[in-house]
Design a protein around this ligand. Structure first.
Ligand code: ZN
Length: 468
């Protein structure tokens, strides 16, 4: 069916509108949302059908905006054996995510120059099941590349204050930041920061991780090796520089709840600062993590339950803006699963497909609603990626990026369900609430539980189409 002439309507008792969760009919025409009718009569529906609209009543299945995950490591080109555009975006579609933003590492080359960006764009071509934006990276010595990368429409720039895990994406020092931040400030482009600063090493050099291990399987030792004060110090530094340069800063994957008061203060002072956290910091707790289970290793680490509770409070109050996966897989051998070696294992959680049920399961326990979840995982991430004029809400004129979700269905996360390239995830075996039944991307049904994924990719890249 030609989507351009395709008009249809989805009716449900539970539609996540901008006001709440309410009965409505969502009308879709030419890939966009034509209208969201919150009160309608049977005559109106009859007339729509006469006018050629195919109407479908989904009962009490939830209709909500597709998720926008602004923190995904696709790793292609160069480390496609870790993940890739095809597998990552298929997993996204099945998980109800209709747009991802790809991090500038751990691909090879890393996206720190226009040449590398064009490699990235070529690698993604014809492999996108969902829409995709890209980030550039700030590394020592690449400040001349930042404006050209912005001309290609990157969504922002990622940097590390500590070793990134791969040597070809070195961390920055304050000197490098002082070069980059005025450039980004002029273009109102956000600087995304991996905020851990080894306080024993104020020059932020590569040998920052200086913890001496006694037992490389001990989760408590791992936790001690990346303490909260590393995050707190890094965020303090970034707030100082944000104030000095008025450059938008974004703290990625906040784990330390101790940093919340300084973030809150900076926000109250109207500094341009945004913050994200991830499903693993909100649903997994250090107390429950068995020693030697490297699937749980990520940086900064998953901390204790009381820390997680404080992150939830900050999410509710708005100190934390949104929730993203930080999907960061690798090949299973790099996780040292057999050895259970937390010292050597790659730090990264593989989770892209399961963010919605994981967060919904926790949110539901805490008496929160799907409107809250939708704000944290669609609306606010759309705004961050500057896609909020077309994505993140069910509103007239917006892209028909829609999911049909059964929030009451319980299921066990199992390897057979996983669409990521590798099936290694700490969520394996966990029982969660909420199953994505269907995903629409600009009006195309790209996934449904009966027929699986669409056979051809319909995703778009958000970047300036510069010929290479
Ligand atoms: Zn990341």
């Amino acid at each position: 069916m030609n989507v351009n002439n395709h008009k249809f309507g989805l009716i449900s008792k539970r539609v996540v509108t901008t006001n709440g969760v309410e009965p409505a009919c969502v009308l879709i025409k030419n890939g966009s949302i034509l209208d969201v009718l919150v009160s309608y009569t049977q005559t109106q529906l009859d007339n729509l059908q006469k006018d050629g609209y195919q109407l479908e009543d989904l009962g009490d299945l939830v209709i909500m905006p597709g998720l926008i995950d602004s923190h995904v490591h696709v790793n292609e080109p160069g480390r496609t054996e870790w993940e890739g555009f095809e597998t990552a975006t298929k997993a996204a579609a099945v998980g109800g995510i209709t747009t991802i933003a790809d991090m500038p590492l751990n691909s090879n080359p890393v996206t720190t120059s226009v040449v590398a960006f064009n490699e990235k764009r070529k690698a993604a071509k014809d492999k996108l099941w969902v829409d995709c934006r890209f980030y550039g990276g700030v590394v020592p010595g690449n400040s001349a590349e930042l404006n050209p990368l912005l001309d290609h429409d990157v969504a922002g720039f990622k940097c590390f204050l500590i070793h990134s895990g791969i040597d070809d994406f070195p961390n920055v020092s304050e000197i490098d930041l002082r070069q980059a931040m005025p450039i980004l400030a002029k273009r109102n482009a956000p600087l995304l920061i991996h905020a851990e600063l080894d306080t024993n090493d104020t020059s932020c050099t590569d040998d920052a991780v200086n913890h001496t291990w006694n037992n490389s399987q001990s989760y408590q030792e791992f936790l001690k090796s990346r303490p909260k004060h590393w995050e707190n110090k890094a965020i303090e530094l970034m707030i100082k520089l944000c104030q000095e340069f008025n450059c938008p800063i974004h703290i990625v994957h906040l784990s330390s709840a101790e940093a919340l008061p300084i973030i809150e203060k900076a926000k109250k002072a109207k500094l341009p600062i945004t913050v994200e956290t991830c499903p693993h910091y909100l649903s997994l707790f250090a107390e429950d993590i068995p020693d030697g289970d490297t699937r749980y290793k990520c940086a900064p680490p998953i901390r204790e339950k009381s820390n997680s509770d404080a992150l939830w409070q900050a999410l509710i109050s708005g100190t934390i803006d949104f929730v993203v996966s930080d999907h960061s897989p690798c090949t299973p051998d790099l996780k040292f699963l057999q050895e259970g070696n937390l010292q050597l294992a790659w730090g990264g959680i593989s989770s892209l497909q399961f963010g919605l049920p994981v967060i919904w399961t926790e949110a539901k326990k805490r008496g929160l609603t799907l409107l809250d979840v939708s704000k944290w995982m669609s609306q606010n991430t759309a705004r961050f990626l500057k896609l909020d004029k077309t994505k993140g809400k069910l509103s007239p004129g917006y892209d028909a990026d829609i999911i049909v979700f059964d929030p009451d269905k319980r299921f066990r996360i199992e390897p057979s369900l996983i669409m990521h390239k590798h099936k290694v995830t700490p969520y394996d075996g966990k029982i969660v609430f909420g199953k994505v039944e269907r995903t629409y991307l600009r009006g195309h049904k790209i996934f449904d539980t009966d027929n699986g994924l669409n056979t051809s990719p319909k995703g778009r890249m958000y970047c300036k189409q510069v010929e290479v």
